[in-house]
Design a protein around this ligand. Structure first.
Ligand code: AMP
Length: 432
């Protein structure tokens, strides 16, 4: 896109994939041919990349995407298209709807003829009722799943662990289109223990101290001090990261809060805490992404023993009525299949209650005082969040950097999720 001053701007991955550095470097280690990566039609791109991955299944040692949400999306795509992919492999003929000439050309040197034995094998694996560990079965040489799974992406950890069947999840780096902050020097650490080490040459880094409760109460994360430089951060403290870059950003506040956990030589190491933005707000309440994620993590524990998986969630503050309320959207499915679980009203209401109970003091006092109404939980059917992604991609979001919004600002997006709704539940009346 063009900025108002006429400069060209793009998301990091978009510009990186177009460079010679990628073409002559990392691209050579990918099974996906570069033309399929650069294809502007996401569906054709995804199909061809999966087809290549299946044809070259013994060469695949790592599966990944920048953000875990994209990987979750790829698995769903595989669920929808494995039969067609198998048929292409069996006949050696690429589906006609792959119309992009560069993709067709690239695939012609990989899909060179019928491979019925391979097609049978993949069919046999995919026909299995449960897809637990499917990644390991389809790609037996895979050593790790590499994708950012910290911060808001942590919601995908259970899904990736389920499909990965024990393959380590590696959260490789932390950064933004503005600057890369750091890399994970202990790739095998558990997702919730991951610390990133700052790469001091990536930008000129400064850190704005924020009050200690980096997660939890956003109104306490307000900046309280002058920025400190790289060498003067303190272990255990929370900071908002500020970058000055060669591309021309001067003391730019990216909006991410980091907690310093240690040093590698003299470079700080940190855990990603949250995007500073408050996601839900009614009256004086300010609920952050972390508040929401923690509350939902607690509530979904009720569903797990019933074999129900929460695959994705979002939310919005419904202020169309007074008092307003927070609405959660949950996409639920049974573990091991895409079937919609039987929704027991009592259990779903219990989930609403747990979420409200986990919110902070301000929320609870406003709720008690009738300034905020009972939380509403709308359950949507499997695939609804994919439609949400299609919607944002159609509006110009980058598919490779897409992150499902944990809070919706667009009415159209809310409408779209409402279309997939299969049940709605409220916090118990007796709660407050
Ligand atoms: P983008 O603007 O698409 O480049 O996305 C950058 C944003 O993604 C950052 O500002 C963070 O909020 C988030 N992000 C990037 N890396 C990580 C990570 N390792 N863990 C959690 N969130 C991340």
């Amino acid at each position: 896109m063009e900025t108002p001053s006429g400069l060209m701007a793009s998301l990091y991955t978009t510009s990186y994939f177009k460079t010679q550095i990628f073409k002559n470097g990392l691209a050579k280690f990918c099974t996906s041919p570069i033309d399929t990566i650069l294809c502007l039609d996401n569906k054709q791109s995804m199909y061809c990349q999966l087809l290549t991955g299946l044809l070259l299944r013994d060469e695949v040692v790592r599966i990944g995407s920048s953000f875990a949400s994209v990987l979750a999306r790829s698995i769903k795509f595989l669920e929808d298209y494995w039969k067609e992919l198998c048929s292409n492999i069996r006949t050696g003929y690429l589906s006609d709807w792959i119309a992009d000439p560069a993709c067709r050309n690239a695939m012609s040197s990989i899909l060179t003829g019928p491979e019925p034995e391979l097609a049978d094998l993949i069919q046999q694996i995919c026909e299995d009722k449960s897809w637990e560990g499917i990644i390991k079965e389809l790609w037996p040489e895979v050593k790790c799943i590499s994708s950012i799974v910290t911060g808001s992406m942590s919601q995908y950890i259970p899904l990736l662990e389920f499909y990965g069947g024990g393959i380590p999840l590696v959260s490789p780096n932390c950064g933004s289109s503005e600057a890369c902050f750091g890399i994970n020097l202990k790739p095998l650490s558990k997702p919730f223990d991951v610390s990133y080490t700052i790469l001091p040459n990536m930008a000129y880094f400064e850190f704005l101290p924020v009050n200690n409760d980096g997660g939890g109460m956003s109104h306490e994360t307000a900046t309280v001090n002058k920025p400190v430089d790289l060498a003067n951060v303190k272990i255990g403290r929370y900071y908002e990261v500020v970058v000055t870059t060669l591309a021309g950003l001067y003391r730019y506040r990216v909006g991410d809060i980091l907690k310093v956990t240690g040093f590698y030589n003299k470079s700080p190491q940190f855990q990603f805490v949250e995007r500073q933005n408050v996601v839900l707000s009614i009256d004086l309440d300010k609920t952050t992404e972390v508040d929401l994620s923690n509350a939902i993590t607690k509530a979904k524990l009720v569903l797990e023993p019933l074999g129900i998986m929460l695959t994705t969630y979002s939310s919005y503050a419904d202020t169309s009525l007074t008092p307003g309320r927070y609405v959660l959207f949950w996409e639920l499915k049974m573990k091991g299949s895409n079937d919609l679980p039987k929704l027991d009203a009592k259990i779903m209401e219990e989930c609403c209650g747990i979420v409200e109970e986990s919110f902070d003091f301000t929320y609870k006092s406003l709720r008690k005082g009738g300034v905020i109404s009972a939380l509403e939980l709308r359950v949507v059917k499997h695939g609804t969040f994919d439609e949400l992604m299609d919607f944002y991609v159609s509006k110009g979001a980058s598919i490779s950097q897409y992150k499902p919004p944990c809070c919706l600002k667009s009415e159209e997006a809310v409408k779209l999720l409402n279309l997939g709704m299969v049940g709605t539940f409220f916090s118990p009346k007796t709660m407050f």
